[in-house]
Design a protein around this ligand. Structure first.
Ligand code: ADP
Ligand code: MG
Length: 355
């Protein structure tokens, strides 16, 4: 979703208004194991923006019953000869580019990948890292690197009278606790060896700017290469933390943020006396959510219970928040339970705009 950022205007957080929400679905191909299992058959069809699930086999009483669901977009990645086949590039063009547009217009926006573990969230968001930076149609780089690349492609073509500042931050939420994935001091002192021992960061609420993570490291970047470096650091931090922790990455949400300030400089003014005519500020959050299977399958012991509960809480709250936002009948003043989880509380700035 996208929302007008509060920019540099001193306005109340309560002055919010709901803006647009888009939902797309992506079907991943069967994996090698599924292909070898004769009982696994393809029961999904994708047509334009519709997905149809054909229930049952001939042995099943519900055979032939099908259910169709409509989305803003439906992506099929099973067979590249299929007319509805969507590559990483196609997915980015459909749902990533509109967010880049919004960012350059000064809006905040947020993109989530939601689904069970193994359904293709990280593939869609991060994809397969490549050294090749050109992202040709065959590259398997995901939405985040493509987004970063596109931001700098556009910055490089801006007029000389526009000054741009870009900042990146990357953190994860695990058991309702926030861990910085890019904190240089912590990386150095721990050598990256045991990220799980790092202290959790707190959330506070600024009277004007709203909720933020206290002491979260932010890093100015002036090129795609610099941005990509931070992305690689964060991804490897996430991977290190996941090792030996019961696949923690499937239980944590990762939030990659780009903040952009675009300032128009008065052409007549130069050097020290240059005047800023206008500043647009935007924040884009690209989120790889915890596996949605935790919603229904609670665990029974120790850490697993705590994990189950907090993932439940943030994914359930996210569901409630999105439902409240999407329910236009309730109007812009409807109660939206942002405060019920760290994830939704922090992402509130992406879902409201200031009148
Ligand atoms: P998740 O992050 O939801 O747990 P992954 O993104 O790790 O799932 O995907 C699981 C596996 O499926 C990975 O090996 C990934 O490369 C593969 N995969 C997922 N989506 C696609 C796709 N659209 N095309 C090809 N392979 C995919
Ligand atoms: Mg994943």
């Amino acid at each position: 979703r996208s929302a007008k950022s509060c920019g540099d205007e001193n306005r109340s957080m309560r002055d919010m208004e709901i803006s647009n929400l888009k939902v797309a679905v992506r079907v991943r191909p069967l994996n090698a194991q599924e292909c070898l299992n004769p009982s696994v058959t393809n029961i999904i069809q994708v047509d334009e923006n519709e997905v149809t699930v054909v229930a049952g086999t001939t042995a099943d009483s519900s055979a032939g019953v099908s259910h169709s669901f409509q989305y803003d977009d439906a992506f099929w990645s099973v067979n590249s000869d299929d007319p509805h086949y969507a590559s990483q590039e196609d997915v980015f063009r459909s749902i990533g580019i509109p967010l880049v547009d919004k960012a350059f217009e000064g809006y905040n926006a947020c993109l989530f990948a939601y689904g069970q573990t193994g359904s293709g969230k990280s593939y869609s968001m991060t994809g397969i890292e490549t050294d090749d930076n050109d992202f040709d149609p065959k590259s398997e780089a995901g939405i985040i690197p493509r987004f970063c690349k596109e931001v700098f492609r556009r910055i490089n073509s801006l007029k000389k009278t526009t000054e741009v500042e870009v900042e990146v931050s990357y953190f994860e939420i695990y058991n309702e606790k926030i861990h910085d994935l890019l904190c240089v001091a912590q990386l150095e002192s721990n050598g990256g060896a045991n990220p799980s021992k790092r202290s959790a960061l707190r959330v506070r609420e600024h009277p004007v700017w709203g909720p933020y993570v206290v002491d979260l490291s932010t890093h100015p970047v002036d090129s795609y290469a610099a941005l990509k470096n931070w992305l690689t650091v964060g991804n490897s931090q996430r991977a290190t933390a996941a090792t030996g922790m019961n696949d923690k990455s499937s239980r944590s949400h990762s939030i990659f943020n780009i903040v952009m300030n675009l300032s128009e400089i008065d052409e007549a003014s130069e050097g020290v006396s240059k005047k800023i005519k206008h500043t647009k500020r935007s924040k884009i959050s690209l989120v790889d959510l915890a596996g949605s299977e935790r919603i229904s399958h609670g665990s029974t012991t120790g850490d697993r219970v705590r994990e189950g509960v907090s993932i439940n809480k943030s994914l359930l709250t996210l569901g409630k928040v999105i439902a409240a936002l999407a329910d236009s009948k309730r109007g812009p003043s409807a109660f939206v339970p942002y405060r019920e989880s760290v994830l939704t509380f922090l992402l509130r700035v992406s879902t409201v705009f200031f009148k």
